[in-house]
Design a binder for this molecule. Sequence first.
Ligand SMILES: Nc1ncnc2c1ncn2[C@@H]1O[C@H](COP(=O)(O)OP(=O)(O)O)[C@@H](O)[C@H]1O
Ligand SMILES: [Mg+2]
Length: 596
Amino acid sequence: MATIRIMPETLANKIAAGEVVDRPASVVKELVENAIDAGATQITVEAGTPVYRSIRVVDNGTGMSEDDALLCLERHATSKIFTEVDLGAIRTLGFRGEALPSIAAVSRLELRTRTREATAGIRLVVAGGVVREVSECGCSPGTQVWVRDLFYNQPARRKFLKAERTEFGHVGDTLLRYALARSEIHFSLRLASQQTQEWPAAASLKERLAQCFKTHGFPSWLPVSSRNGDLRVAGFLSPPELHRATMQTLFLFVNGRPVRDRLLNLAVIEAYRTLLPRGRFPLGILFVELPVERVDVNVHPSKAEVRFQDGRELFETVTRAARDALTTGERRRWERPLAAAQERRAPVEEIQERLAISWGEGRQAERDAVLSAVFSAPAADTVDKSATPEAGGGKDPVISAEPGFGDLTIIGQLLNTYLLCEAPDGLIIIDQHAAHERVLFEAFLAEMTSASLPRQELMLPETLELSAAESAWLVEALPRFALLGFVVEPFGPTTFVVRAVPASALRDEPLALLRDLVAEGCAGVGQPGTDTMMERLLQLLACRLSIKAGKRLKVEEMRSLLRHLDGLDRSSTCPHGRPLWWKLTIRELERFFGRA
Ligand SMILES: Nc1ncnc2c1ncn2[C@@H]1O[C@H](COP(=O)(O)OP(=O)(O)O)[C@@H](O)[C@H]1O
Ligand SMILES: [Mg+2]
């Protein structure tokens, strides 16, 4: 065996770079974090084409002295922590002292920096981690890091880079996260020296969100603000009628740091249970603040993961905060701008799709036109200021004063399916089946929390014949069915005796209903969580027992349905997540008829 030796520092840095820098976007992430830590109020990111050829991040932060500039390229050189105690209480984005040496090890890097007091700047030229040149230079106070030919000395890494548009997309996504984290900083993104995206310093998170998400129906997002001891949750979440196929538009921050965290994701999703269609996810942004000692940010070199000391408490606090926001949103429903009406396509989705139309070489102008259209500057006046109060701030909505469903004037029934109602500022259309389904579902859920649903014994027990798979499933699920009100006993391998059914199901065909529940439940085997299974059974029960579309209703029946809706915390979608009501505002009508 060969003798053991300490590896040269350039090699160590190159190895460390493997974890810190895996694509152009991670260079942007590290450099932008440094700029933020340096107190910059303006940060510009310029990307070349392809991005790995050239990435430049310019900030107007504190800058560095000549000594510091030389030192910052050394591994473990940092101005942010010095002791082990510091490591337990990190308040800056950086702290590992390895980003700059890592980036320098796998690129040609030029650093220009100047402190406010210095009369001239200092310029360092580095290649593959080795300083080649140190000189004075003219530059404005702050720091510019120019990274060229990323992975020039790691051809294998370069091969793993994705299509150009993907890499640029990641750069845009990365910058967006920091722009959301720090509304007060002016961020710019340029692609091949074209201005592509501009987020001027915003006075509030709300203003920043209006810049970033006007195509995501932002004005209708619901403010979240809640506190539990020294745990604080604030932000905005989409109303139930607005959702996406992925969780990419749910942005989470812990003590100001953008994170990807399963626990927090699930906590938010939990609040939306039965409000969204299956496989759909909310949009939004949440800031979680907690004492720095209670969260470990030193989990991975990329610092995007965190560990919490008390995950359970955090989970519950976040779920409760999100649920409160949704409930308050329900109470303010008539004045809330309807998300669906404002929604345009998401910039990220749009850019990905539009860029996917393959670009021929030399169609630069067209490409730039699309980019600038997608990233066009926001029009601030499209935001309805009255509708969404500041997150975390000020006045509580006056809940009791809000009109409810019960206050609507019933105009009549359309197609024996929709209730037409008059609200102070428009026409409300309610899907009678969806509405009744939600009412029943919530009632069942409430009854279940204390005991089982009321049941009715059958005078003559009935027998039920099932398939082998269904029988096996039902045997396991019998206690749950008893909670629903179905008293069922096995009577042979695939035969069951039904002794009682839910009282509410008596008028329908309870046996057929039971059969459907079993089929549905059995088909859902492997779905996570037993509570979810119960919930699905309740959904199906509610669906089967509720008023069907096409049924003529008496005015008293309509009124009773509306009153029942008012008693609920969740009344914007049916338990399957389909919308339950829709509003045509007077303004829309007037615009249509040319009166406005
Ligand atoms: N844009 C910048 N402005 C001012 N100082 C910077 C900047 N970038 C890096 N530095 C200095 O260089 C040090 C090393 O940076 P880095 O390698 O990213 O490690 P870390 O951010 O973990 O400290 C920082 O601690 C900071 O003092
Ligand atoms: Mg850093």
